[in-house]
Each structure stands twice: as structure tokens, then as C-alpha cells.
Design a protein around this ligand. Structure first.
Ligand code: GAP
Length: 518
């Protein structure tokens, strides 16, 4: 391996075992090096929770986005009755009347970071909890109690009840807000029996504020949307009236959403600006169960179509007692990311939201949200099934799934993108930069570029160019050499196997037609 190739190779080539942490580090570094994702505002030291998509990242993201739009709006699935379901598209404004967010419940009393206890189901304001910490024994738990005048007494009682071998004066009280999330595993929550049940804090008022117009005062306050879904609910009657929407039907939207996450982390997994792909499917209450099951099945097919393997994916249904009051069912689509391994992280939530959102908007706006069924003469507020997916997280899952360590090649790895998501479908590589090779290569490039995202790469030695295409996950490389000049054939190099074969220049379009399907 050449020195420069060794520098490109992932940490897998080192002797220590290759861990999931190594893999995640390698993915982040590849994304920067090859133009998938850059830290936002990097030259100013960055900004926590924001990322920029580079030239290849935006192509990858657009490919995933277009596949979702096709599967939802352009060519929606065949419904249980054997007919294609109807889904109409929408692109609503990011900033809406602030009342929208009051109706949706996003503007509430919760403006502080909160943590939930998974065991007791109690919720605590992080700055209202004291934690009695100790390092007197490495395995001693830290004891959390509600802050207040009597907290010392409460702590001592808890200490006794938990049967600690340490005495109270071996502990020091610290506010929960001063404790790193990484140490939460040591804390026993106030009403829990074992440590590690507190979730990481979330600011419940996640909405990002902005102000409209020249003067920033209470009347000018507005919010960047916290989800794309509300733009759909508030346009329900517009779509029904203008486009003859007949229940059951869906409205789909893709766009940016903003959340003031307390702890942005894991690269582009939890960020403050991200993209969602949400569809609200409006149906009769009696049919909601059937449509819920239908959409869970459809979403499974779609996620598989991106190339995510079954072993890295799971569908997790929440038990009834963990659902929010208006929700009747909730299934999360989850992916086993390197940072969550062996656990999973959420990609999409599929929720049966009853008619809660439409009722809320009817109440807050005073406008009727009813649907009149001309066939049955029934008037009702439809129920909603909501598959709500994250585009940003989908891109991360695709990147993680594609990253394949292969010490046998100069790059040490390749991105095993399915051709339908690959940002570059084929590279055209003249063996030399002078003479006939670049002339033939340029002609081929001009023929293919209208139909396919192709890359014409003329400089550097051929090994380095193959290595670069492996790193960006290009399925095929066509090399133009002396034999091309004499017999009109090129070498095709297959990314995953590195196998090479010769085909005629005239066959390339047909070759790609077949090879890029799927
Ligand atoms: N309308 C329902 C809704 O927004 P959600 O589970 O809060 O539901 C849907 O969000 C999806 O949006 C999530 O499954 C996730 O993929 C994505 N998402 C949510 N918060 C995110 C964040 N801070 N960063 C990146 N993606 C996020």
C-alpha cells in the first residue's frame, strides 16, 4: 500500500479491534473529506447542532428525498381495496401564525430542560433535582432527590432505604443540571429502585423563536416550525376544497424543521435544523386500525428499498400505557447505528393520532375542520395516521449501512450504496490525460450526463481515481485506454467486487439502464 493510500485507509488496518466508535469516527471523517457533510460555520469554530451538506451529501439527500416523494405522492402504493391510494403534496411556510403552535401544544408551560424517569414515569425539571454524588466507592450510586429545604432529610432516608454502605457525609450535593449526561447511568432517580432510569434532558419548549418586522416585541414573536406536520393539518380544508380530496387520502410534505435540542449529538442524528418527510393520512375512524397496519407495512418496504439490512432495522411498537393521551398506537422504525450499537436509534415514528390535531385547530381557529362524505352523507372530523420520517436521519442510516471496511483495497473501504441512492452513478476515467483517451472520455461523458449523474475524472493515477470512486460509492467506473482507441471497448470496474470486464462503448447506456436499477 502506498503512503498516501495508507493515510486514507480507515482505522481497521490497525492491529487493535475495529470498534463501532472507530467506525463512526471514520464515517464522520469520510463525510468531511469527500464532501458529504461539513460542520456548519466551521471557519468560525462551528455551531452546535448544525451541519452543511456538501456536493455529494446534497445529491445523496436529494436521491433519498425523491424516493420518498415518489413512493408517497407520484406513485403511491396500492391500497387494501386494490386501488392506488391518493396522496397530495404540499409545501407550507416554515413560519406560520404563532397560534398554530399554541393549538398543537408546542407552546406550553414547559420552557426548561426536563428529564423523565423510565421506571416511575415521573418527569422532573433538571434544575429542580439535587444529586448526592460520591466517589468514595467506584460502584456507589448517586442519589437524586427533589431540591428543597428538606432535601437533606429526604436524602438520608433514601440512603438508608437503599442500604448504602457509605455514610451521608461521604456524599456531596450537586444540581442535576451540573451533571454530565454521560454520568446519568450512576443516578438513582427520586422514585426509582435502580440507577440509570433518567432520560437525557430535553427542553420541552423546543421551538425556535424569531421576530417578524422591524420591532422585536411580544407581538412580533413567531416560531420556526418544530415539525412539518402542522402545516398539513392547517391546510386540510384547503386541500379538500381545492383538489377534491376524498377521505381516505393523505397529504405529504418534505421540509426543514427546527428544534432547540438541549443536547445535539451523534453527528447528524440529533440536530437543531433537520429535514422531515411527513404524511398525514386522513381516514374514517372505523378504518383507522386497518390503515395503521397498512402504513406500517408500506414503510417497512420503503426503508428496505434504501438498502438498509433487516438485521440493522427493527419496528418497535409502544405498549398502550406509554402512549400520549390522544395517541392510540405508535410504532417506531429504528436503525442500529454504530453509535447506538447494539441498541437502535429512531428513524421514523408511525402514529395513530386520532383526530386530536384537527380538533385542536378547529378549537383555536374557530374554523370547521369537518369532512362531509357525499356518499354516506356523514359529517365527521377524520382520524389521522402519521408516518413521520427524518430525512436527515435517513441519510445518516444510508451512510452507516454503506460504509464497508475492506483492507484489500487502497482506500481500505468502500461505500456500498444501492445504485438508486448513490450520488454518482458512474465515473469515466481516461487512462492518460493526453491524446485520444480524454477525447473519447469527454464524448462518452457528454452522451451520458443528461440521463445519469456521471463524473469525468481525468487527473491522477488510475489507482487513486478508483480509490476515490470507492470512497464516494460510485457503482461503476469506465476506463478508456489504448484498446478503446483500436476496438471501441472500455473496461468496466464493478465497485463491490473490483471485478473488471470489457464492454463496447455502444453498450454502456444499456449496461447502465440495467445496472442502476434497484
Ligand atoms: N409530527 C411528528 C413528529 O415530528 P417526531 O418523532 O418528533 O414526530 C419525526 O419526528 C422524525 O423526525 C424522527 O423520527 C426523526 O427521524 C426526525 N427528527 C426529530 N427530531 C430530530 C432531530 N433533532 N434531529 C434530526 N432528526 C430529527
Amino acid at each position: 500500500m502506498t503512503e498516501s493510500a495508507a493515510a486514507l485507509a480507515p482505522t481497521a488496518t490497525q492491529t487493535a479491534p475495529y470498534t463501532m466508535t472507530d467506525k463512526m469516527k471514520d464515517i464522520v471523517s469520510l463525510c468531511k473529506r469527500r464532501g458529504f457533510v461539513f460542520p456548519a460555520s466551521e471557519i468560525y469554530g462551528g455551531i452546535n447542532g448544525f451541519w452543511d451538506f456538501g456536493p455529494l451529501g446534497v445529491e445523496l439527500k436529494n436521491n433519498v428525498r425523491d424516493l420518498w416523494w415518489k413512493a408517497m405522492v407520484k406513485c403511491p402504493p396500492i391500497g387494501p381495496d386494490g386501488e392506488p391510494v391518493t396522496i397530495l403534496g404540499l409545501d407550507s411556510a416554515i413560519i406560520q401564525n404563532p397560534r398554530v403552535w399554541e393549538a398543537s401544544g408546542h407552546v406550553g408551560g414547559f420552557a426548561d430542560p426536563m428529564t423523565d424517569c423510565r421506571e416511575s414515569k415521573k418527569r422532573y425539571r433538571v434544575d429542580h433535582v439535587s444529586v448526592y454524588t460520591t466517589n468514595a466507592a467506584p460502584d456507589a450510586c448517586w442519589i437524586a432527590v427533589p431540591s428543597g429545604d428538606d432535601e437533606q432529610d429526604v436524602f438520608k432516608k433514601r440512603l438508608k432505604k437503599l442500604g448504602s454502605k457509605l455514610s451521608a457525609d461521604q456524599y456531596t450535593a450537586v444540581g442535576l443540571d451540573k451533571i454530565a449526561v454521560a454520568d446519568y447511568g450512576r443516578i438513582i432517580a427520586p422514585d426509582a429502585s435502580k440507577p440509570g432510569t433518567l432520560t437525557e434532558p430535553r427542553a420541552f419548549n423546543l421551538l425556535m423563536e424569531t421576530s417578524l418586522g422591524a420591532v422585536a416585541d411580544a407581538d412580533s414573536k413567531a416560531y420556526l416550525r418544530g415539525e412539518t406536520a402542522q402545516g398539513i393539518f392547517i391546510n386540510f380544508t384547503n386541500v379538500v376544497d381545492s383538489c377534491r380530496g376524498r377521505v381516505p387520502f393523505g397529504i405529504a410534505q418534505i421540509g426543514k424543521a427546527f428544534r432547540n435540542e438541549v443536547n445535539p449529538r451523534n453527528f447528524i442524528f440529533r440536530v437543531r435544523e433537520f429535514e422531515q418527510m411527513e404524511m398525514e393520512f386522513f381516514c374514517h375512524p372505523n378504518d383507522a386500525k386497518m390503515w395503521f397496519d397498512f402504513w406500517v407495512g408500506q414503510r417497512k418496504i420503503w426503508w428496505q428499498s434504501l438498502g438498509l439490512s433487516d438485521e440493522n432495522q427493527q419496528f418497535h411498537e409502544y405498549p398502550a400505557d406509554e402512549l400520549i393521551f390522544y395517541s392510540k398506537r405508535l410504532v417506531d422504525v429504528e436503525y442500529r447505528f454504530p453509535f447506538s450499537h447494539p441498541g437502535y436509534g429512531e428513524l421514523e415514528s408511525i402514529a395513530y393520532r386520532t383526530n386530536y390535531d384537527l380538533i385542536q385547530h378547529q378549537k383555536f381557529s374557530g374554523q370547521k375542520m369537518e369532512y362531509f362524505d357525499p356518499v354516506t352523507n356523514e359529517r365527521y372530523i377524520p382520524h389521522v395516521i402519521e408516518p413521520a420520517a427524518g430525512l436527515t436521519r435517513a441519510v445518516l442510516a444510508v451512510l452507516c449501512e454503506a460504509y464497508t471496511v475492506d483492507p484489500s483495497r487502497p482506500s481500505g473501504m468502500y461505500m456500498n450504496f444501492k445504485p438508486i441512492v448513490a450520488p454518482v452513478k458512474a465515473a469515466i476515467l481516461p487512462l492518460t490525460a493526453k491524446g485520444d483517451h480524454p477525447v473519447i472520455a469527454t464524448k462518452l461523458y457528454m452522451e451520458l450526463r443528461e440521463k445519469y449523474a456521471v463524473d469525468l475524472d481525468i487527473k491522477q493515477n488510475i489507482g487513486k481515481r478508483y480509490a476515490r470512486q470507492d470512497e464516494i460509492g460510485t457503482p461503476y467506473c469506465f476506463t478508456i485506454d489504448d484498446q478503446t482507441v483500436t476496438d471501441g471497448t472500455v473496461t468496466v470496474r464493478h465497485r463491490n467486487t473490483m471485478a473488471q470486464e470489457r464492454i463496447a462503448l455502444s453498450q454502456i447506456a444499456a449496461f447502465l439502464e440495467v445496472g442502476l436499477k434497484g
